[in-house]
Write a protein that binds this ligand. Sequence first.
Ligand code: SF4
Ligand code: SF4
Length: 440
Amino acid sequence: ANPAICRDLNKCILCRRCETACNVIQTVGVLSGVNRGFNVAVAPENFKPLSETACVFCGQCAQACPVGALTEIGYREDIWKALDDPKKTVIVQTAPAVRVAIGEEFGMEPGSISTGKLVAALRRLGFAKVFDTDWSADLTIMEEGTELMKRLETGENLPILTSCCPGWVNFMEYQFPDLLNLPSTAKSPQQMFGAIAKSYYAEKLGIDPADLIVVSVMPCLAKKYEAGREEFSNNGVPDVDYVLSTRELGAMIKEAGILFDLLPDEHYDSPLGESTGAGVIFGASGGVLEAALRTIAAKLEGEDKGAIEFCAIRGLEGVKEATITIAGIELKAAVVSGLGNARRLLEKIQRKEATYHAIEIMACPGGCINGGGQPYYHGNTSILEARKDAIYRADAGLPIPKSHLNPSIIKIYEEFLGEPNSEKAHHLLHTKYCPRIIQE
Ligand code: SF4
Ligand code: SF4
């Protein structure tokens, strides 16, 4: 099924921007002009549903559509019902890129950091606890960073490819089934949060995981698809129940009559709300790799010596490469955003024309700040620049820059998970990938 993208051809003005996004930028090639004359439409071949194509649910077509003929499938009604149900405890997590874009829905300047108002708004909507996906981004670094160090030691399965972006993971499964040994097995921060919420946190509260509803606010439409993947549920109970886009949350806040820009700044709840600068930079292209390098540099060179800023891999360019020396080891890294760029780089790897140790890949050009569920920016890339700059300002404003120094991450390993990559961590926080076949 397609839980992410809604198409309403009655609204379509045949501008074909979605086709350019899908075919030229993403190179997925799902949308094109079909039929002729009065019957012409932009659609998948033979008007197949998107779920029967190689669509990766990146949402870049919806971001490009000027008239709302392509939008997200919405879950606002379900969430209002859950919030109203006294038998359910409804908690929420917010992705890094949401805080630097949601203000635009309320007329605030692009690049405003609205973290405190976002938390305040979610509390007023009725969520029992407001938590942060930045927290589980820190957890991701513990798991993925450990995996990278092990692969560097053994020289096996290199380059490691990041696995936080579900649009990219879908693309990999469809288009590069021969390289499925390369992505990190770490789940995305959204799914790590869900797995911990429905085990560790439900246990702490003493409630049945089925009565704990986990809502995510994400910049991304592929996250809606990811939350529904079978491997991310336990005994039929999904780890993440509903995913809202940034735009949908904006609409919910308006429905509730909350004046977002006048809200006070509030703090996330504990224990799944404490995070670091490394967690917040996941929101921009280059951030996941930089966060991992911060921890690896500290582990190999010492806490005081290891670098914190890796500027060579920051920025909106679609392909960035750098050789980074850590404790005498020369680490060859690449950061790619946009699936067309990912395809070209992976084809070079297949042809053995390029060698790297680590590659970060994001489906959306520029990373999550430009996700398919973010406020529309109508091609004005200065808005993306402003969001990206806000991500790094948010990082600089946080007291702890590195994931492994997050006190609540240290505590969850002591209390519950043991070591990074332990058996329990593997069971809860890692996944596997399967080749996928496009249905004829
Ligand atoms: S969601 Fe992405 S892959 Fe799917 S049709 Fe739209 S642009 Fe193409
Ligand atoms: S971008 Fe929207 S309006 Fe333009 S062709 Fe695609 S669906 Fe139609």
